[in-house]
Design a binder for this molecule. Structure first.
Ligand code: ZN
Length: 249
């Protein structure tokens, strides 16, 4: 009987310890239906993809197309925000996001989330991202990606190279390598170049996934069209990245 009670006590103790370790987190994904159709297509696939992941990995996932939900009252219920196919457009939305990130929350941005016409549009965001969009490839094509640091929790366990499905690939200036706060996690492999037909990326150092270590953030350039989620390896990266941002890795 005493042994039985001890066993129950142990189960309760370790059970609670297990719950304490896997602290659940809440994600709010912003998307828009009134943007480029290829970007909407990605968002419409990403939402159920992350809903399934949330069930599997025990976090909460909500999505909204109301970008005015980017306000301090709404954001404080969530530990991670995603931008699936758009970005904030009003001063109030931008200010709320800045304060949210300055206070240690997480952000995962896909593809167009990193796009700005130029640095002057939103200087804080350009510093947060570490660079500004300068060019793109066209049409969407698969590309071989080099994983630059397989020890980072967002990419740990991934192969050193994998083929990422059809995407429109962006290039950036200034180079992220010169920024001491930026950790580049994936780059377009040199074997891809020239990449594109109508619009071509000719070569050089083109990062596709990185984090600004001053923040809990990760930007990834994937997110154009309906084939993005066709790679099990890439999907594993999306999962690892989100769990890292949510404090689960
Ligand atoms: Zn695109």
């Amino acid at each position: 009987m005493i042994r039985h009670v001890r066993l129950v006590c142990c189960l309760i103790f370790f059970g609670l310890a297990g719950v304490a370790q896997a602290k659940p987190f809440r994600v709010l994904a912003f998307y828009s239906m009134h943007v480029e159709q290829d970007h909407v297509d990605f968002a419409m696939q990403a939402i159920p993809f992350f809903q399934e992941m949330a069930k599997r990995d025990h976090f909460d996932f909500q999505a909204t197309s109301n970008w005015d939900d980017m306000n301090p009252t709404a954001l404080k219920k969530y530990q991670v925000v995603m931008w699936l196919d758009e970005f904030p457009s009003t001063p109030a939305q931008r200010k709320a996001f800045e304060e949210y990130m300055e206070h240690g929350a997480g952000w995962m941005g896909f593809h167009i989330a990193g796009w700005t016409e130029n640095r002057a549009v939103w200087p804080w965001f350009s510093d947060f991202l570490g660079t500004v969009f300068v060019g793109n490839s066209w049409p969407p094509l698969p590309a071989t990606l080099t994983v630059n640091d397989t020890t980072h929790p967002a990419v740990k366990g991934l192969p050193a190279r994998f083929v990422s499905p059809d995407n429109e690939w962006y290039s950036w200036q200034p180079t992220l390598r010169s920024n001491p706060n930026i950790k580049v996690l994936m780059t377009l492999a040199s074997s891809n170049f020239p990449l594109g037909f109508k619009d071509t990326l000719g070569g050089g150092d083109v990062p596709v996934t990185w984090t600004n270590t001053k923040y809990k953030m990760l930007y990834t350039n994937m997110g154009h069209g309906s084939k993005i989620l066709n790679s099990a390896t890439q999907n594993l990266f999306f999962e690892k990245a989100l769990l890292w941002l949510g404090g689960q890795s």
